[in-house]
Design a protein around this ligand. Structure first.
Ligand code: COI
Length: 357
């Protein structure tokens, strides 16, 4: 066991004796199925975070009574690391992920994770597994920090012990083709005062069934509408949503029902940098259908860490299907390129979003 010092945080490091990397086909990666050689682990016991560790990626054992299995007391993050052409490793706005996992944790009555541990774990892990990050636009290492309630006790109350972990998975695009979506008319993702803004694991599980119904009809995702009236468009399951009406970009404001996406806020900033008017306001379903009918709806696209920027080619609502014609020089392709150029250290980073590892 070696001890290293990163950001003044000591980590216990147990290096894997072998690497699985030789068996990985980096050109054909299904999202989130291949994991790097190491993982970061830190337990919360007796009211404090214990010695953080890096160890070989491996299965873990928990008692069947661990609270996470019963009440879903769990939160997660999604972030990516990129390798530039000189071999340097970059994270994108990682402070925002650290902040958000703690916002999520607070809502789920879980302890916040210290920033120095988060960064020491992340940076050390990325340095150890850097061979797993492929250079080139479209390649990244998807990073999944998460926290679970480990205490073996099935009373419905917050646990007294937790495990914070980071695992990493080499990734290409989350959606390969065009994405077709259904606007939600019956099911809801989140409600006022609920946990929609948090990256709570249960928010995702709750979408699986309605999304599978949408998939049976040929749609990859649902764009969720407000739970009260189903009249306003909010977000999709894996991404925030933007609508281009003529030359304006429209997106719903964040709220306690909507995830405060880091790609979302970056796209808003890039659009403004490009002189595009961004309207952050409620988005009525009726307005989007009317804009699709009269031709002023030019684009719909999703934005998220895994999904990056994903154009939406069609939507269905009220048994009507609207196809959105392909557009040259779309905002989706333009802002996606600008975003990826910043992420891959190919362009100036005037907002200070890149973080070198
Ligand atoms: C991400 O974009 O990183 C997410 O967390 C969405 C996830 C469901 C893949």
């Amino acid at each position: 066991k070696a001890m290293i010092n990163s950001l003044n945080t000591n980590l216990d490091i147990q290096k894997s004796e072998t690497s699985k990397i030789e068996n990985v086909d980096f050109e054909n990666l299904a999202f989130g199925r291949t994991f790097t050689d190491h993982m970061f682990v830190c337990d919360f016991i007796d009211g404090k975070w214990q010695q953080p560790k890096i160890m070989p990626y491996q299965a873990m054992t928990f008692e069947p009574s661990a609270r996470v299995f019963h009440y879903g007391q769990a939160v997660f993050e999604g972030m990516k690391a990129y390798k530039d052409n000189a071999g340097k490793i970059w994270l994108f706005r990682p402070e925002a992920n650290h902040k958000r996992i703690n916002i999520s944790s607070a809502r789920l009555a879980m302890p916040e994770f210290p920033k120095d541990y988060f960064f020491a774990g992340l940076e050390t892990l990325l340095k150890m597994d850097k061979e797993w990050i492929q250079p080139g636009i479209g390649n990244s290492l998807y990073i999944r920090p998460f926290v679970i309630a480990t205490e073996p006790a099935i009373s419905a109350s917050p646990a007294s012990t937790y495990r914070f972990m980071i695992i990493c998975s080499p990734a290409k695009a989350y959606y390969s083709g065009k994405v077709r979506v259904l606007f939600a008319e019956k099911y809801s993702r989140s409600a006022d005062g609920g946990v929609g803004f948090a990256k709570a694991s249960g928010n995702y599980a709750a979408q699986f069934y309605p999304t599978s119904l949408a998939q049976e009809k040929g749609y990859q995702q649902i764009i969720w509408t407000d739970a009260h009236t189903h009249e306003y468009l909010e977000e999709a399951g894996t991404m925030n949503i933007f609508f281009r009406i003529d030359d304006r970009l429209v997106t719903a404001p964040t709220s306690d029902r909507i995830l405060d996406g880091i790609t979302r806020k970056s796209i808003i900033q890039l659009a403004e940098d490009n002189g595009v008017t961004v309207e952050i306001r409620r988005v009525p379903v009726t307005e989007i259908k009317e804009a699709a009918r009269n031709g002023s709806l030019k684009e719909i696209f999703g934005a998220g860490t895994a999904a990056v920027v994903s154009p939406i080619s069609a939507f269905e609502h009220g048994n009507e299907v609207f196809e959105i014609p392909d557009l040259e020089n779309s905002y989706a392709s333009k802002f996606k390129k600008q975003l990826q150029d910043i992420q891959h250290n190919l362009s100036e980073d005037k907002h200070g979003w890149r973080h070198e590892v």
